[in-house]
Ligand binder design. Sequence first.
Ligand SMILES: C[S@@+](CC[C@H](N)C(=O)[O-])C[C@H]1O[C@@H](n2cnc3c(N)ncnc32)[C@H](O)[C@@H]1O
Length: 252
Amino acid sequence: MRAGGDVDYDSTGQGYATQRRPDPRIAAAIEAALGDAQTVVNVGAGAGSYEPAGRRLLAVEPSAVMRAQRPPGAAIAIHAYAEALPLDDGAVDAAMAVATVHQWADRTKGLAELRRVARGPVVVLAFDGPALGDWWLNDYAPELIAAEQRRYPDISQTAAALGSKVEVRVVPIPIDCTDGFTEAFYGRPERLLDPAVRRAQSSWGFVGPEVEPRFVARLSDDLDSGRWDERYGAWRRLPAYEGSVRLLVGWP
Ligand SMILES: C[S@@+](CC[C@H](N)C(=O)[O-])C[C@H]1O[C@@H](n2cnc3c(N)ncnc32)[C@H](O)[C@@H]1O
């Protein structure tokens, strides 16, 4: 199996931890969803974003480049895959998976594994593809949005795999979100012109080579001319955006 599912994080994962810093408001939503769980497995753990403090945590991450970016003191990360968790049934109080399920080679198997190993909540942060149709990036890089929509699984299908009682919560994206996924820059378009920001967004690897330079040229021109602000300036003043981010919480 390739280390990073549909993305080769062993080749492209450098710099991820710098650009994709956990956002404290999103972290608080995850933390609340974990309830009073003392033992937690974080699957597709990457560089350790959103791992809650004060609990016993095991991280599962197949990419060595991602594991190497985990900060000193982070929980131990083992090389394993969601689809075959090396844990007994009900081994932990809770399981979590953040911004990762869309990359798994066999999502059905992986989600069943999360449910199998957790006695309590399974907490999944995922993206709702249809909701991505609502923001201005569609006018500059429709191919990118289409690629993301193709990758993101249906939220209700994901939810159905998480247990007999499941809640789907909208997670508002704060205007100063520190986690650099594309929608995080809904009110800060200039930031998307930074190549380092785009390198930490795997979707750019799913579009043709002409898309990124065309996007940069058009957005730069429109920002310079004031055209972007004329058409979309109101986005800069939205304190938070309810876009595609969803928190799914399932109980057995
Ligand atoms: C976008 S990163 C998210 C990392 C981290 N959860 C975060 O929020 O920053 C997705 C991670 O999923 C991992 N991944 C991909 N396929 C996987 C699989 N089948 N099982 C477990 N992890 C996987 C990748 O290696 C990558 O580190």
